[in-house]
Design a protein around this ligand. Sequence first.
Ligand SMILES: Nc1nc2c(c(=O)[nH]1)N[C@H]1C(S)=C(S)[C@@H](COP(=O)(O)O)O[C@H]1N2
Ligand SMILES: [Mo]
Length: 494
Amino acid sequence: MTAHESRRRDAAVSVAAGVLAVAASYAVAGATASFVASPIDRAIVDGTPGAIVTFMIENVGEPAHLLHLGGAVAVAVGLFGACVFGGLRVAHRVGRPLGGTVLAAGAAWLLATGLTGAPVSAVAAGLSAGVVTAAGVSGAVPDAVDPSRRQALAAVAAIVGVSGAAALIGRNRGGDAAPAAAPAPGAAGAEARLGEVEAASLDVASDDLHGLVSPIDEFYSVDIAEFEPEIPAAEWSLTFTGETGSDLTVDYDELTEREAEHRLVALRCVGEDINERKLDAAVWTGTPIAPLIDAVDPEGACDCAMLRGEDGYYVQFPVDVLSEGFLAWGMNGRALPPTHGRPVRVLIPGHWGETNVKWLTEIELLETEEDGYWEERGWEGTGPVNTVAKLWDEGITDLGDGRTELAGHAYAGTRGIDRVEVSTDGGETWTDAELSAELPDEDAWRQWRHVFEPDGAHEVVVRATDGEGTLQPAAESGSVPSGASGWVSRTVNG
Ligand SMILES: Nc1nc2c(c(=O)[nH]1)N[C@H]1C(S)=C(S)[C@@H](COP(=O)(O)O)O[C@H]1N2
Ligand SMILES: [Mo]
């Protein structure tokens, strides 16, 4: 083999090794922050200019994730491949096969540890890099430039097979697939409260439309990071920093020993379209944040705080608003699921979803106002939510007797909902919908229901009036920068 051929062969083996190292890392870490592509993905997302992020959210939507994710995986493959290429070169040029193998494995392990800060799961990437280098050195890997295609194909098939297996293993780890959450501290009270709230739900005909409590696996989720942080409760703490009169750090045990409350709280993302489904509610278990704020005695001139999550997310808003907040460790009677901020998140009554920081680890009291993650990207989503009444597909049910049931949810944050009206003639005439009972929770939503006898196609419009008597504005606007407005209107029976 000429020197040139040998280099090409090493390059091919290195790409294969890069793929395997990334696959092995995924098999061990799953879709978590310990997966080697995770920090790269975050760097890509953080480095993308805000205007592009907003353009992608508006025009590409969810599939845009695949773009940065694919880029992150490709970069990871390149980096681990480079470790192996270095090892192979040392083995061939200097004639030190063992040295080259150890070098490749060590470099890959160091790289994975450096990227993720998780030395134990980094062993997977280091080991697979070492194994492939050893195979490449010993000649056990088919010559990639050899015309013997069968061997090359077999190698590709093996890589695809191993990666596929790794993907399957990884999917069952971490992220949403983490072991079903244990009951949260104070869960007994949560179960009772959950029962009460469910009993207050309207009895709608549709099986697919949930009531006042969104099931955990249907609750929407918005993350800036593709891979969620994993923080064992025993290692979690919340620290108050910055302009404080006295410092304070609370750990999980100290927090959950405080008096627990079980609140029905709805969340709504400022980025959703008027009838989208980024609005949900759960019964959250937690404790008010006000006593902690009092204890730290904020002194900053702006009376504002920057909240930070372990995933690198940050958002800033007034201390007064924060003082109304609730630190939650339970959701619908279970420990907080990974996707929703395990072990602890904050819930800010009545403000847009972005203020509800998940994996909350730091609250910095500021001297002057600063932009949060989304505000740096052009959003203005730290204020109170807009009023909305929804009519989703699953809320439209043909009752089979000539009647159609329309049902949905309405939300206006802490203003509450007083009334939902339905028009079946495009807004000419309006009828009051039936409403679910009003609950004591300050940031709850309500359900509405209206049955009518359709006669051909109907233009159905719904609108809510909040607890202050203000009708949901009819003027339509998109979600950027401060939330969608207008009335939900759709053709039924058409
Ligand atoms: N740490 C962290 N907190 C976060 C986010 C995030 O990406 N990271 N997303 C925010 C946004 S934009 C919304 S709408 C809500 C969604 O909460 P959920 O995923 O539990 O529904 O979380 C907020 N808190
Ligand atoms: Mo959001």
